[in-house]
Write a protein that binds this ligand. Structure first.
Ligand code: SF4
Length: 437
């Protein structure tokens, strides 16, 4: 009988990718994934440490795993465990740097593999650990990780300590994975990494290395859309923007990490750009992709943030016209410089500023949806909830719901859709199959 494994994944897309990757490795060893945690033999908690709150939740989820599945082997992995190597309550703890050890450690526990074979799975010499091809659940959109680690040391961020320095996945491995996924029907690829534009930085390459890789991805049969994970504004060189424009498959949706719209706060955060550079990058991307959507992450209440700086931040967010802002109240992470910075902002002030910025984000998101009414968009169908109805995303990454009379309506097809109305953040319209999809 196969061992059953349950995954609880906290945090970002990279964590989702890694859980899926580990699930695939375990499936190759005869494990079966289960959605019922009480029935599992192995309970994996993939933790997050991006904020103190994420840390707290990670600890709570590990304790919960023990309660829900008392006889299971509880595995704690991910960013939080990198900082707390002996996580209380877990049978096996692996951080981000030693996660390749997870499978052999598990196998050892379960006594189904010899010790010699286990050594084959260890990552030698701190290189990018090759998981092999990973299929995600959605069936149409797959996340492909190409890079890990970061060299930047923003003053609030633990990632360079927890995940280490930049390591890139080989081009051959990335392309092979995408070929495999495209052959299985996936047509939209989200290319992700901790610091995407640092791809191949350790080999001495600049941001155009990412552009070169993406050109090769675009040439793979079956690849219809390429989305990019979070991008750092200062890495968006003219050369890279030109390569993205000429690629033909890049979706006009860019997640450009802003964090604050106040230059003095950006300086204290040790971010390597100012609002002027950010504005210029957005201008260039808009000129290359006239329908582009921009999303971002912003932090409210960074140490020393004054009311004036908060107002500057809000005004800059409005000026850019983001489609969505992920807003976080600043949460001090032990081990970072910002943890011991003076003038920590009172939690009630942080929460009020966070709510204000979220409100601005909601207004801009609804405005962007309204602006799209009357436009012709391309929708990749992800779900057909009932005959004649579809759900999917347009290239600008706005959700579209609609009707389509075609007999060939099914997940994975491309529709051309005239937007008839906007319902909050969602577009509605009637779709027609794009010839050849
Ligand atoms: S760029 Fe800054 S925020 Fe992003 S992972 Fe690196 S250190 Fe963290």
């Amino acid at each position: 009988m196969a061992y059953k494994v349950f995954f609880l994944t906290l945090g970002c897309k990279v964590n989702s990718y890694e859980s899926a990757a580990i699930a695939k490795l375990l499936s190759g060893e005869g494990f079966e994934e289960t959605q019922d945690p009480s029935q599992c033999d192995v309970y994996v908690v993939n933790t997050c440490a991006v904020t103190a709150e994420a840390d707290r939740k990670s600890r709570q989820m590990i304790r919960k795993a023990r309660r829900v599945a008392p006889s299971a082997i509880v595995v704690a992995m991910g960013c939080h465990t990198e900082m707390c190597k002996d996580e209380e309550g877990a049978d096996i703890t692996v951080g981000t740097s030693d996660r390749p050890k997870l499978v052999p450690l598990l196998l050892e526990r379960l006594q189904i593999r010899s010790a010699e074979k286990e050594n084959d799975l260890y990552d030698a010499g701190g290189r990018f650990f090759e998981y092999g091809a990973v299929l995600l659940q959605e069936g149409t959109r797959a996340v492909v990780k190409i890079e890990d680690g970061c060299n930047n040391f923003c003053t609030y961020c633990i990632i360079p300590y927890s995940r280490g320095r930049v390591r890139s996945r080989s081009r051959e491995a990335v392309l092979e994975e995408i070929r495999d996924l495209a052959g299985k029907g996936y047509s939209e690829f989200v290319i992700t990494g901790i610091h995407l534009c640092s791809y191949e930085k350790e080999l001495g390459h600049g941001p155009s290395a990412l552009g070169e890789l993406l050109s090769e991805v675009a040439g793979i049969d079956g690849v219809e859309r390429i989305r990019l994970g979070s991008l750092e504004p200062y890495s968006m060189t003219d050369e890279l923007i030109g390569m993205l424009r000429d690629n033909g498959k890049i979706c006009p949706h860019f997640h450009l990490s802003l964090q604050s719209g106040s230059d003095s706060v950006l300086k204290r955060m040790n971010r390597k750009y100012d609002t002027e550079l950010f504005r210029e990058v957005v201008r260039k991307l808009r000129s290359a992709f006239p329908t582009a959507s921009f999303t971002t992450d912003m932090i409210c209440g960074f140490p020393g943030e004054t009311e004036e700086e908060h107002k500057e931040s809000c005004a800059f967010a409005k000026e850019i016209g983001f489609t969505h802002i992920h807003v976080f109240p600043f949460s001090p992470r032990e081990g970072t410089k910002a943890f011991s910075m003076p003038d920590q902002v009172d939690p009630s002030v942080k929460n009020r500023r966070t709510a204000e910025l979220r409100e601005i984000s909601d207004v801009m998101e609804a405005e962007r949806a309204r602006e799209m009414v009357g436009a012709e968009v391309e929708v990749l169908v992800e779900k057909v909830p009932e005959p004649g109805l579809f759900e999917g995303y347009c290239r600008e990454y706005i959700r579209v719901l609609g009707t389509c009379d075609s007999d060939c309506l099914k997940p994975g097809i491309l529709l051309s859709c005239r937007v008839g109305s906007a319902d909050g953040f969602t577009l509605r319209g009637k779709g027609f199959p794009v010839t050849g999809s």
